[in-house]
Design a protein around this ligand. Structure first.
Ligand code: NIG
Ligand code: FE
Length: 395
């Protein structure tokens, strides 16, 4: 075995590797060169000089927020008030508000303003146990601002960042539809990719956003560039988005409240993860539940994310998203924990690197002062994370 740099000991571990939460009580974890090299009962642990006793705390994989729109200008608090007064999300979008109003605020913001507001939000997610975050573009909707958003996302500190190109998020004002889609597909995505700013490609398939042909053109380009895809699918209506995503071998189909049996079957065949976003469901006061039982029966992996964005989900706590997934969508606390660890890693194409506590994985870990893993999803707004390690380094 490689020389061990650190042994975390006197802890209970939810490995998320194996049945349930893969629990090992009175355990230890050995770390070398940024990776986990051994995990098991403390009595079997290798002898090493540098140990850290955790006094019976629980250790989980670092949490992974696999769907956020963390970089944006302004807020949409006025629209939120209008929605509380009864106006719908679609109606606000149709009168030029919604995503377009965040686009105006994002274009007007300087890089420093975008960076500092996004860092404040990322710090809140990190306090809730996040060690990896996915961040989308999609509030620039022009060449310059889409790339600016992705650069800013890459400059944030304190967590691993995975970047998604979301040029097809909304049609900006004063641009012809065909020209816009063609430019995003043929010019902006390749330029962002050439600069190394894109890990994956996302789009919003919806009656108020883009259609199947437009998303297909984008996904073909993504595939030609060797980039994995994912999709905002079937959020407000059954647009057959999950099936479209699956036909491109997408890493994930996200939202999926309105996904039908055909979509679930297609996702099962392609190994596409269902990313559940209960913060958006809650904020938009949706009533149509995602087909959780069908996902379970078909063995479609379910992830849970905050969808942090200024319009439909101003949510900055992944444990709170876990609670909503349990209370509103009927996930078990173990499923919710798998949803922010193992399955969230799969939704980012990183299951070989992060998401479980197992030999060979990166040592991204969180220690929690809790009595049992279900307590992570239990509190509404209390954070019990005490320590975090990214690649074996305490942060
Ligand atoms: O994931 N559905 C589309 N995109 C976001 C909402 C973005 C916004 O309203 O600003 C979502 O919910
Ligand atoms: Fe989203």
């Amino acid at each position: 075995m490689t020389a061990i740099d650190l042994l975390l000991t006197d802890c209970n571990v939810a490995t998320m590797d194996g049945p349930g939460v893969g629990e090992i009580t009175d355990a230890a974890i050995a770390i070398a060169q940024g990776r986990i090299v051994w995990v098991g009962p403390r009595r079997d642990a290798p002898q090493v000089a540098t140990t850290e006793r955790l006094d019976g705390q629980w250790v989980t994989p670092g949490l992974i927020d696999c769907h956020t729109h963390l970089v944006f200008g302004g807020t949409r608090v006025g629209e939120w008030e209008a929605r509380l007064d009864g106006e719908s999300y679609e109606s606000i979008a149709k009168r030029g508000g919604g995503i377009r109003s965040t686009v105006a605020a994002t274009r007007a913001a300087s890089d420093d303003e975008l960076r500092s507001s996004a860092q404040t939000r990322l710090d809140a997610l990190i306090a809730g146990g996040v060690t990896t975050v996915e961040i989308k573009s999609g509030y620039g909707l022009d060449h310059t601002t889409e790339l600016r958003m992705l650069r800013v996302a890459g400059e944030l500190q304190g967590a691993r960042v995975v970047r998604s190109f979301l040029g097809l998020h909304a049609l900006p004002p004063d641009v012809a539809r065909e020209t816009y889609v063609r430019d995003m597909v043929e010019i902006v995505l390749p330029a962002a990719h050439a600069e190394g700013l894109v890990d994956q490609v996302d789009a919003f398939l919806e009656t108020i956003a883009f259609n199947t042909d437009e998303v297909t053109a984008l996904f073909r380009k993504a595939k030609a560039l060797g980039l994995p895809v994912k999709l905002h699918a079937d959020q407000l209506s059954d647009g057959k988005g999950a099936a479209l995503a699956a036909s491109f071998g997408a890493l994930s189909a996200d939202h999926v409240e309105h996904t039908g049996a055909d979509g679930v079957a297609a996702m099962a065949r392609s190994g596409t993860v269902a990313v559940l976003l209960p913060g958006a469901f809650h904020t938009l006061r949706e009533t149509k539940l995602p087909p959780i039982d069908e996902f379970r029966r078909a063995k479609v992996a379910m992830a849970v994310a905050t969808d942090c964005n200024p319009g439909s989900s101003p949510m900055l706590s992944l444990p709170l998203a876990m609670n909503f997934a349990c209370v509103r969508f009927g996930l078990t606390p173990s499923e919710a924990l798998a949803g922010v660890t193992r399955n969230a890693a799969a939704a980012l194409g990183m299951a070989h690197e992060i998401g479980t506590i197992a030999a060979g994985k990166r040592a991204d870990l969180v220690a929690w002062e809790i009595d049992r893993p279900a307590e992570l999803a239990y509190w509404l707004g209390l954070t019990r994370a005490t320590r975090r390690w990214i690649g074996g380094t305490a942060t």
